[in-house]
Design a protein around this ligand. Structure first.
Ligand SMILES: [Zn+2]
Ligand SMILES: [Zn+2]
Length: 173
């Protein structure tokens, strides 16, 4: 196995609480699947790691994210080789394993928490991530206000007020 490539691969993964390996190189996805290049060749990320461990996917078979939805695999962006298995293309199609079909069926958010509510537009949401998001937004607001105050205090002595520092003409000889 190519240790350097494995390290480079591992650096692009977040370990999700439910056991999924989430591909994080989001600008590097292909039809919803992670993409990884190795020796100048583009690979579907989950296939690359599966083959690095198990050898080539048998002729005529494709890798299927089989753990959904009952096990809560996050789906196409999961590259955990234990969350996919080789199946026939026909089986894969019958199971509706395209990224969009998978998303429609998904029961967990991208961090692996169960979806437990819907927002005003009917999108499924996870309250754990939503709470974390609003906490982060509030903290950012407070920090921004504090730093504005702080900068204001630092600048105050440097800003002459017209009343206290009238312009004076200096006589030159
Ligand atoms: Zn998974
Ligand atoms: Zn979540």
């Amino acid at each position: 196995m190519d240790g350097k490539a494995i390290t480079r691969f591992a650096e692009k993964i977040d370990l999700v609480e439910n056991g999924c390996w989430r591909w994080t190189a989001d600008d590097n996805t292909n039809n919803g699947y992670g993409r990884f290049s190795h020796n100048g060749k583009p690979w579907v990320a989950h296939r690359w790691v599966w083959e690095a461990i198990n050898g080539p996917v048998p002729e005529g078979l494709v890798l299927d994210h089989f753990r959904h939805p009952q096990d809560g695999c996050i789906g196409p962006l999961c590259v955990n080789p234990h969350h996919v298995k080789p199946v026939t293309q026909r089986e894969n199609v019958l199971r509706g394993n395209s990224p969009s079909a998978h998303n429609a069926r998904k029961t967990v958010c991208s961090k692996g928490h169960p979806y437990d509510r819907r927002d005003s537009r009917g999108q499924r949401r996870c309250s754990t991530c939503q709470a974390a998001y609003s906490r982060a937004r509030y903290a950012a607001k407070v920090a921004a206000r504090r730093s504005a105050d702080h900068v204001g205090q630092l600048l105050a002595p440097l800003l002459p007020s017209p009343a206290s520092r009238p312009l004076t003409l200096v006589e030159t000889s």
